[in-house]
Ligand binder design. Structure first.
Ligand code: KG4
Ligand code: ZN
Length: 334
């Protein structure tokens, strides 16, 4: 048959994930073991704990993904794995598992960039139309990427300091909310009102870069000053005001870039794509244009391996191959 079955492995942060994808577009199996509960009491991902969990989980998750697919090893065309960026110890577990299978089962090995994965999560929902613009907003990344064809990525803007998700998590920590803070702030924001005019970092006129550390500091100062003056600030209002600032900058820059580059599609990816405020405002802004906006369902927004297999399929079809010297690269460029 002409079907291509690609196995994907993702262990760059705190999810141990294995998936099998058919023809780069159809999820056959998608297993994710989350470690969130183990990191919660530390208020963030502890790298050493993450690595240990990956070691314990990887073979279990691998077997589950294969069993769930109903396929045999003979059916799998290639092993694809997140090569970076991410936590080096965490990446190494996935990379070594991928190398072991590649060697034992004599399958081609392909290293995949984590962000390419987040972008390709969208292709599991709808075929791409180029040129397309991708807004990637996660715990580690905030990037605007222009794609003129499959597998080609041009970063036109990125954060100069904190990632959007990182800002969410840090503000949540200030409000003593449990990790991960993004969904918590999102929920609070829906119950509050925008009562505080937090700053928006537009940067230079023609820049598509982002900056969230000033906003984060403004929130911290606001909370601090209110405490000293004995003022009562509602957490819901802080959350709503903070979110309004983040969403305003993200959506405005995305719309501007989409128009400037005349794109045929805009896709949103990464954990913060789950944010209700961002989804609502983006939908609103793009509804007045003729540019289709794609936002994947929640389970494809956060880290998973189906997205790695989807991006890996394109790399595999283009002839990309990694050797058994493949290494985890925490600062891999897109
Ligand atoms: O893509 P992801 O699962 O992992 C990374 O590659 O970083 O993204 C995780 C990030 C965390 O910072 C989390 O707080 C944030 O995505 N996040 C959200 C929401 N859901 C997850 N941020 C804002 N609103 C949400 N609903
Ligand atoms: Zn991610």
């Amino acid at each position: 048959t002409n079907e291509t079955y690609i196995l994907g492995i993702e262990t760059s942060c705190d999810e141990t994930a294995v998936a099998i994808v058919k023809n780069g577009t159809e999820v056959i199996s998608n297993v994710v073991a989350s470690q969130i509960d183990s990191h919660k009491r530390f208020g963030g991902v502890v790298p050493e704990i993450a690595s240990r969990h990956h070691v314990e989980q990887i073979t279990v998750v691998l077997e589950e993904a294969l069993t769930e697919s109903g396929l045999n090893w003979e059916d799998i065309h290639a092993i694809t794995v997140t090569e970076g960026p991410g936590l080096v110890g965490a990446l190494l577990i996935g990379v070594n598992a991928a190398k072991a299978i590649s060697f034992a089962k004599q399958k081609p090995l392909v290293g995949v960039h984590h962000i390419a994965g987040h972008i390709y999560a969208n292709r599991l929902e709808q075929e791409f139309d180029f040129p397309l613009l991708a807004l990637i907003v996660s715990g580690g990344h905030t990037e605007l990427v222009l794609m003129k064809e499959h597998g080609s990525y041009e970063v036109i803007g990125e954060t100069r300091d904190d990632a959007a998700g990182e800002a969410y998590d840090k503000v949540a920590r200030m409000l003593e909310l449990p990790y991960p803070g993004g969904p918590q702030i999102d929920r609070l924001a829906s119950e509050g009102e925008v009562t505080i005019d937090f700053p928006r970092a537009w940067l230079e006129e023609d820049s598509y870069d982002f900056s969230f550390s000033g906003l984060k500091s403004a929130v911290i100062n606001k909370i601090h000053n209110a405490k000293q003056r004995g003022e009562t600030l509602k957490n819901e209002d802080i959350a709503a005001s903070f979110q309004a600032s983040v969403v305003d900058v993200l959506s405005t820059k995305t719309l501007k870039a989409a128009k400037q580059y005349n794109v045929k599609q805009v896709i949103v990816a990464g954990g913060v794509a789950a944010n209700n405020g961002l989804r609502t405002v983006l939908k609103e802004k793009f509804s007045s244009t003729n540019i289709p906006l794609l936002i994947p369902p929640l389970h494809l927004c956060t880290d998973n391996a189906a997205m790695i297999a989807a991006a890996g399929t394109i790399a595999y079809e283009k002839g990309a191959r990694s050797g058994l010297d493949l290494n985890g690269n925490p600062s891999l460029l897109l």
